[in-house]
Design a protein. Structure first.
Ligand SMILES: NC(=O)c1ccc[n+]([C@@H]2O[C@H](COP(=O)([O-])OP(=O)(O)OC[C@H]3O[C@@H](n4cnc5c(N)ncnc54)[C@H](OP(=O)(O)O)[C@@H]3O)[C@@H](O)[C@H]2O)c1
Length: 273
């Protein structure tokens, strides 16, 4: 029987626990979790039947697989705190952005095996991508286990850690980007003074869901949807032309901003700032 520990039960940690237990891939009895205040872990335990542990060390001491689900700035202290009690055979799964495998090794010690995963809130709907990068010494059974878990709540994509930042913009960040773009389209409609915000949001949300369902078909790509709707000489084509003229600079700016922020966070975490 594999024992799972979760340190951090905020937005992502609790989502993973809910989805892993809800999908039946992990039995609630096999999970213990802790959080800073204990409030979120106790609430999660009540909802899912897992155990709310009294401390991070209690979680780590009992874990074969330890999920680190705290903010990047907290990872070091959590790993140092649990170093003495975590079994040498334990696998550490960190979902923290900007915390490299090299830092995980430095902070938890070289004896463990590590994997980094960048999940997406889309896993809430058993879809979306979890990026997975393996550390040194990973065993075939670790790989099989982690892929089984994340494929149960979406799709796991294995990649080199060096690709994480860019790919994360297209996976874990993208739900926010897509929603921000839709909000701006709704706001533009509201600025015409002829539609109320709730109706504009409702119309767009339903359209977005329908578009995602059309795209949920291997043979349908973005270009196909655009060609189907923005027919030559039609009204939509004019709108798409505006987007094609202005959005490249916008998205170059988005990727540049997130790259800078990640670099700054990584430098702060490694003490370069
Ligand atoms: N949000 C996303 O879409 C997303 C996507 C991919 C990866 N991530 C990564 O996931 C990680 C968690 O993000 P989040 O959005 O879930 O953050 P969050 O909602 O703020 O949750 C953070 C959790 O960490 C707990 N915590 C903080 N310090 C702790 C400590 N010293 N010991 C034990 N628990 C501690 C907090 O406890 P309390 O509940 O008591 O405050 C909380 O449960 C981050 O590293 C982020 O980079 C997030």
């Amino acid at each position: 029987m594999t024992r799972y520990g979760f340190i951090g039960t905020g937005s992502m940690g609790s989502m993973l626990v809910r989805k892993f237990t809800g999908s039946g891939i992990i039995a609630p009895a096999d999970i213990a979790a802790s959080s800073k205040t204990g409030i979120s872990s106790r609430a999660l335990a009540e909802k899912t039947g897992i155990t709310a542990a009294p401390s991070n060390t209690a979680v780590a001491a009992d874990a074969d697989v330890l999920f680190i689900c705290v903010k990047p700035a907290e990872v070091r202290s959590v790993l140092e705190e649990t170093q003495g009690v975590l079994g040498q055979e334990a696998l550490i799964v960190s979902i923290a952005g900007s915390v490299s495998l090299a830092n995980l090794v430095k902070w938890a010690g070289p004896d463990h095996r590590f994997v980094r995963v960048i999940p997406s809130v889309a896993a809430e709907q058993e879809s979306g991508i979890s990026l997975v990068a393996w550390g040194r010494g990973i065993k075939p059974e670790d790989r099989a286990l982690v892929l089984k878990l994340f494929n149960a709540i979406g799709t796991a994509v294995e990649t080199d850690e060096g690709n994480f930042d860019l790919y994360a913009d297209l996976t874990s960040c993208a739900p926010a980007y897509i929603s921000a773009m839709m909000r701006e389209l709704a706001s533009a409609a509201v600025r015409t003074g002829t539609i109320e915000p709730p109706l504009a949001e409702y119309l767009l949300r339903e359209t977005l869901i329908g578009t995602a369902r059309i795209l949920d078909n291997d043979s349908t790509g973005f270009d196909t949807v655009i060609t189907r709707v923005a027919t030559k000489g039609g009204n939509t084509e004019e709108g798409v032309k505006v987007l094609e003229a202005r959005l490249p600079a916008v998205f170059d700016g988005v990727l540049c901003a997130t790259r800078k922020k990640r670099q700054a966070t990584a430098e702060r975490l490694t003490g370069k700032r």
